[in-house]
Design a protein around this ligand. Sequence first.
Ligand SMILES: Nc1nc2c(c(=O)[nH]1)N(C=O)[C@@H](CNc1ccc(C(=O)N[C@@H](CCC(=O)O)C(=O)O)cc1)CN2
Ligand SMILES: Nc1ncnc2c1ncn2[C@@H]1O[C@H](COP(=O)(O)OP(=O)(O)OP(=O)(O)O)[C@@H](O)[C@H]1O
Length: 226
Amino acid sequence: MLTPPDLPPVRQQHCRQSLRRELRARRRALTSQQQQQAARQLLARIRQAPAFMRARHIAFYLPNDGEIDPRPLYQWATSHGKTGYLPVLHPLHHGALWFVHYAAETPMQHNRFGIPEPQLKGWGQYRIHRRAPWALDMILMPLVGFDAQGGRLGMGGGFYDRTLAFTQQHPQRPRPLLVGLAHHCQQVDSLPLEHWDIPLDAIVTDQQWWDVQYPQTRHQASSSIV
Ligand SMILES: Nc1nc2c(c(=O)[nH]1)N(C=O)[C@@H](CNc1ccc(C(=O)N[C@@H](CCC(=O)O)C(=O)O)cc1)CN2
Ligand SMILES: Nc1ncnc2c1ncn2[C@@H]1O[C@H](COP(=O)(O)OP(=O)(O)OP(=O)(O)O)[C@@H](O)[C@H]1O
């Protein structure tokens, strides 16, 4: 179920869709014990990584559709002085995300995909809790699929791609480390990188941490972060 790079675009999109379906079914099939164990292993793997230890402002997500659960990591991070944020669907810019501070007392609402996110109240109050993506130290983003070369497949909305496009347009500006999270069973041999795909710095599963090195010709080479 791989997508050869020389297929015409429409066929490629079709392949991405069926691969997405297959990988989503695979992660949903994990039992709650397997999910809990994966979340514990993810915590153990990430919390000791120097890049994570240095990071102070970190975007997490609330698990949906069988995604690997970063909540134990969030608990650990916030009890060690770090500040956690969640993605919120941008109220005006369709297809983009805001990152909003998240704590136990944060009022939540469900977005149109049924995922809980911090409530948008007045714009004035909201601005206090929002952090620009470039001012985050690390963004942990959920993956539907990935390959060991840094290719990634998300839910298909292009939300993270649009929100993080600035990292390609202004490569010398400050930017967060982009870390994709997935279950080990979501790995495939090879995924083509689309021109809009934002390269990740690392991919972490319950079983492994990959630093992603892109060829210079394709993307800015990313430096090793652990
Ligand atoms: N936990 C989590 N939060 C997240 C994301 C995510 O992937 N995971 N997102 C990452 O982008 C954003 C939300 N994007 C999403 C995009 C599509 C679907 C989804 O379930 N799509 C359905 C179709 C639903 C519809 O169109 O009404 C589907 O594909 O079955 C969910 C979230 C922001 N928050
Ligand atoms: N910077 C961008 N500007 C406009 N459209 C974009 C941008 N990035 C991605 N898109 C569009 O978003 C759609 C979904 O892209 P893709 O299939 O790569 O999503 P994804 O990477 O799986 O999702 P996500 O980024 O939310 O994890 C594509 O049709 C693409 O054209």
